[in-house]
Design a protein around this ligand. Structure first.
Ligand SMILES: Cc1cc2nc3c(=O)[nH]c(=O)nc-3n(C[C@H](O)[C@H](O)[C@H](O)COP(=O)(O)OP(=O)(O)OC[C@H]3O[C@@H](n4cnc5c(N)ncnc54)[C@H](O)[C@@H]3O)c2cc1C
Length: 380
């Protein structure tokens, strides 16, 4: 899959105890960056260091095909558990099939891809990183790993200079005795919730269904038990007699409202390159880290200079440009969060639009014409 257009590594090859590019954090963004380098720039030494036993985080994420270009589609193919030609949305009194292709990316697929794509000397698990500098990582046992450059992908930092709302969810994977007959994802189902919460379903096979309870609020605190109870109510309302669930996932995803992005980037190391949530790479409205993780992984493979300072400048300017381009979506979020949550009426209006407009909204870059349509449909 190596592309002839990609630059070759031109810095002197690191030697001795220098490990090349050090990627801190084996979640979604760190794993995808390592995977892209191993596949597309195999001549560049890398080391992926994570504290968990597995790679790829712990959440199943939906990805919209319109967010991807050809290189992105190629890249995610081995990470894809299932693909569909569209999805459903269901609001009281009306449901709709939206013909926009989407994929389910699962942590187990990412984990297998990393283990198959990287040599064993290119990754380390079970290592807590206590410090990241532009060319080295400090591990808990006080070992220092030296490299050419560092990419810090250890998810979010506790302090933030960003103004955020939150998309919080609890999801359970059920395996039913009979086929559930959900033939494509249900992105939003508000038909059984009177409040501003909603449900989502991802059919991972004929008898396996991931059911997710989602709520938006101004607080990141997630009430797990309450979310699980809402899932039980939903199963009952749908008439699905499930067995015990096989797996539970939860997420607290940021919804960007505003804030000082330059200061956010500098938290935790002014000259250290950052990926994923730590670098502000997340979709402003859905909070998903996945589209940006694919984009930044492929951006990394196009670099010629992997020194820490060069990586920092590359990813800082990319993050800042994305933040600027996404101001419309933050404004959209601010208005929707006026009441402290995301109203069903706004979702109903948005998903009643032409699929092409929805696709550009999902990709984070609606044009002027789209914005007028979205504003009118959502009551902005
Ligand atoms: C400001 C902000 C606040 C957020 N707050 C929350 C929150 O409160 N709760 C929540 O669930 N989500 C939160 N998120 C969202 C969450 O971080 C992202 O959705 C998502 O996981 C980002 O993908 P990622 O690749 O950056 O991180 P992940 O996919 O989460 O991967 C990070 C990886 O780094 C590893 N790691 C972390 N620290 C170390 C370490 N010291 N040593 C070694 N490895 C390490 C983790 O084990 C994990 O594998 C927040 C995001 C932002 C931007």
């Amino acid at each position: 899959m190596a592309s002839p257009e990609l630059p070759r590594y031109t810095l002197p090859m690191p030697s001795g105890r220098n490990h090349g590019i050090l990627i801190a954090g084996g979640g979604i963004s760190g794993s995808l960056a390592a995977l892209a380098m191993a596949r597309l720039r195999p001549e560049v030494p890398i080391l992926l260091v994570g504290e968990e036993a597995g790679f790829g985080g712990n959440r199943t994420l939906l990805l919209f095909d319109d967010d991807l270009d050809e290189a992105g589609r190629d890249f995610i193919a081995p990470l894809t558990a299932e693909s569909w030609d569209g999805y459903y949305v269901a609001f009281p009194g009306r449901s709709r099939k939206i013909r926009l292709r989407c994929h389910a990316i699962t942590p187990d697929r990412i984990d297998s891809a990393v283990r198959e794509g990287l040599r064993p000397d290119q990754y380390r698990t079970g290592e807590k990183i206590v410090g990241a500098r532009d060319q080295s990582l400090l591990l808990n046992g006080s070992e220092t790993i030296a490299g050419v450059g560092v990419l810090d992908a250890r998810a979010w930092v506790h302090q933030t200079t960003l103004e955020l709302g939150w998309r919080k969810s609890v999801a359970r994977l059920f395996r039913f005795e009979a086929p559930h007959r959900v033939d494509r994802p249900v992105l939003i189902d508000t038909t059984v919730t009177a409040d501003n919460a909603f449900f989502s379903c991802i059919p991972l096979s004929a008898d396996a269904l991931m059911v997710e309870y989602i709520e938006h609020s101004v607080s990141p605190d997630l009430d797990h038990a309450a979310g699980a109870a809402r899932i039980d109510e939903y199963l009952k309302a749908r008439g699905w007699k499930g067995r015990e669930y096989e797996r539970e996932e939860s997420a607290v995803l940021p919804v960007a409202l505003g804030g000082d992005f330059g200061a956010y980037w500098r938290i935790g190391g002014a000259r250290v390159a950052k990926l994923g949530a730590r670098g502000g790479f997340f979709h402003p409205t859905s909070g998903s880290p996945l589209p940006d993780a694919i984009d930044t992984a492929l951006l990394l493979t196009r670099q010629r200079d992997f020194a820490g300072a060069a990586l920092h400048d590359c990813f800082e300017s990319h993050a800042a440009a994305l933040w600027k381009r996404r101001e419309y979506l933050r404004g959209f979020n601010r208005l929707l969060f006026r009441a402290g949550s995301l109203p069903h009426t706004a979702l109903d209006g948005l998903y009643g639009l032409d699929p092409a407009v929805i696709a550009r909204f999902q990709a984070g870059e609606p044009g002027l014409f789209d914005r007028n349509k979205i504003n009118a449909a959502t009551g902005r």
